[in-house]
Structure formats: C-alpha cells, structure tokens
Write a protein that binds this ligand. Structure first.
Ligand code: PLP
Length: 365
C-alpha cells in the first residue's frame, strides 16, 4: 500500500528531523548491550540539557505523551491525596481524569478555553488546600493554542505541594526551565517540537519528587510505569532488566536531540517563534480569526476560527489530498469551528508557512 509523504502541520506528529528518521534504520542492538546503554545514557544527558535540569531521574518513558502523564500521576499520587489541576482545555481535563483514577480528590481551577490560566489562582487554590500533594498544569495547551505561565508557580517550592507540568507541546519549541521554575515533575512527547516519531515520553523528576516516590506507603498501582523499578535499568550501575527498551525509538530520540542541540536550544526556540509569528500575522488576511489573545499564543500551535463560509471537513480534505498538507481540526468545543495548525520540530520552517499559505490562497481564493 503506498504511503504519501505529507507536510505535517497538525497538532502532532510533526515531520521528524532527517537525523531521527535515519536513526530508525540503524542495526538493532540488545537493550543490555553496552553500546545501547551508552546511547541511553547520552540520551538522558541530552534530555537534561533540553529540560534545563540537573535532575538525575530524567529518561524517556516507553509510550506516547499520555504514558508520561500516567507515569507522573501514578508515582506521585496515592489514593485520598488532594490534587489541584489547572483546566483550560482537553489536556487539563485528561490530567483530572488520570488523577481521579489514581484515587485523588481533584480540585479544579478552570479557565475559559482560549484564555490562559492565572497562576495566582492556582497558588490561591494551594493556599486553600495546603494538604494538596500536587499542583498540575499544562504548559502548552494543544487543544486551544494557549501558553500557560508556569514560572510564577515556582513559589510552590516553599510548600509541601509538588509542581507537575505537561510539556508535551512545549519542550524543544519554547523555553522550558525545569530547575529555574522549580518544577518537580514534567513529561513530554517525542512527536511534537522534539521532531521524533510518536512513541516515547521524556520525563524528569526532581529530588523532592524522588523522595515522595521513595516514601510512598504502597507501590504505585502500575507495575509497568513504576519509576522506582525503571530507575534500576536507566540509572546506576546495576542495569536491572525491567521491560525491553524501545531501542530504535531511543536511537531516534538520541539523534534528534543531537540535531536540536547542534542547532542550539535558543536558536530552535527563535525558529519556532519566527515561523509562528509569520503564520499568525498572515492568517487574518485569509479570513481566519485567531482564537488566543496576543501575548498568550503558542508559536508552535496556532488556533484560528475558520472563515465564515468555509467548510471545515471539505477544506482539510482538499489540503490533504491535493496539497499533501495535514492541519488539525478543532477538539472538543472547537470541533468544526477552529483549526489547529502546528509548526513543530522539523516542520517549523518558513517553507512550511509559505506552502500552507499558498495552498490556502488557492483553495479560498
Ligand atoms: N498533553 C498534551 C499537551 C498533548 O498535546 C498531548 C497530545 O497531543 C498529550 C498530552 C497526550 O500525548 P499522546 O497523544 O502522545 O499520548
């Protein structure tokens, strides 16, 4: 069956970096082979650089971004814990659901879709619930294109409440400062700004989070995602088998992180900012209206209301079949009304913007 070569400008997966694709074709190694262990070690070191952290426990979880989300919640939360979650889109909702399934009492801090969460409201919720074990927030809400401000939540370091951040759509695309913002745990995904196919979820845990995990009364309900067990394989000298590492995916992540760091993290952030700004400046000329107010827009994921007379499904089908371009439809309450246009990783190029705008001009013109 022929498979088309698409320009992936949806909410992920993005087009992977060529280095990430080439690495998938490298010879297979055993997951205990010293050569693979060296690749894993270097991948973890590169992840620390990209997360901007010294956290020893920083590694790629086997599975997509949701596996990283589950790994953080199942390890950090015990039944009966209070967990505060900021919700202004689908992925905040998903956090609530995952926390609930861990037996947590979830305290929601809601904001309208398309608007950013006020970090002060999360801090106030923590003051009202000082017993809360966790405050959780999505940094880049992929369902709405909003950036939630994480830096002010660093104030949680003076409390017993840990800070958990979803960086699935932010890592590699916009500044993420795990140590600078006193983030205790974070997870990401490979298929967005890191420019790797879907399949791994980089995570990082601060010493405070590790202590929380080590002092649990009961082990987490998930054996597969039990970070204490996985740590015996990814960390230290013993390298105890836990589960078979997804060897080719780790090689792909290793190669993409190499490309990203060769470019320079700041340069990659500037590239995402530049192409996102260009797209956002051009869409109104085509009849689109930007959903998110200026100052809170993600450069790597733009949400825009469709022109009044445009047919969402017909337009996206024409883009895909005639031009080979994928963009994302709206999620949840934005379905059928708004688009989500991603410029992430290797897709975050001027040529992507030029190609998309040209195709849209032909289709709408
Ligand atoms: N969190 C955010 C912000 C996301 O955008 C996504 C996926 O789009 C996820 C979590 C879940 O990741 P995955 O679909 O890779 O499991």
């Amino acid at each position: 069956m022929p498979i088309s070569d698409r320009l992936l400008l949806g909410p992920g997966p993005s087009n992977p970096y060529p280095e990430a694709v080439a690495a998938l074709a490298r010879p297979m190694l055993g997951h205990m082979d010293p050569e693979f262990i060296a690749i894993m070690d270097e991948t973890m070191a590169r992840l620390r650089t990209v997360f901007r952290t010294d956290n020893a426990l920083t590694f790629p979880v086997s599975g997509t971004g949701s596996a990283g989300m589950e790994a953080c919640f199942v390890n950090l939360v015990q039944a009966g814990d209070t967990v505060i979650v900021g919700v202004n889109g689908v992925f905040g909702e998903r956090m609530c659901e995952v926390a609930r399934r861990c037996g947590a009492d979830v305290v929601r801090v809601d904001e309208e879709w398309g608007l950013p969460l006020d970090p002060q409201r999360l801090l106030d919720a923590q003051r009202e619930h000082p017993e809360a074990r966790l405050v959780a927030v999505v940094h880049a809400e992929t369902s709405t294109g909003v950036e939630n401000d994480v830096a002010p939540l660093a104030a949680l370091r003076d409390t017993d409440t840990l800070l958990l951040v979803d960086t699935v759509t932010s890592l590699g695309g916009i500044p993420v400062e795990i140590d600078g913002w006193n983030v205790d745990a974070a997870y990401s995904g490979t298929q967005k700004c890191l420019g790797v196919p879907p399949g791994l979820s980089p995570v990082t845990f601060s010493p405070r989070a590790v202590e929380r995990i080590q002092t649990r009364a009961l082990p987490p309900q998930s054996w597969y995602l039990d970070v204490s067990l996985i740590a015996n394989y990814v960390d230290g000298d013993s390298r105890v088998y836990h589960h078979t590492a997804p060897v080719s995916m780790v090689m792909s992540l290793h190669a993409a992180l190499g490309a990203l760091l060769d470019e320079g993290l700041e340069a990659a952030w500037a590239r995402h900012r530049s192409v996102g700004t260009r797209l956002q400046a051009s869409l109104p000329d085509l009849g689109f209206r930007l959903v998110v107010p200026d100052g809170h827009r993600l450069p790597e994921l733009t949400t825009a209301w469709l022109p009044d007379d445009a047919d969402d499904a017909a337009l996206r089908t024409a883009l895909l079949t005639t031009y080979g371009i994928e963009v994302g439809g709206g999620l949840g309450k934005f379905a059928g009304k708004a688009w989500r246009i991603g410029l992430m990783g290797h897709s975050a190029r001027d040529r992507s913007v030029t190609t998309l705008l040209g195709a849209l001009r032909e289709l709408l013109g």
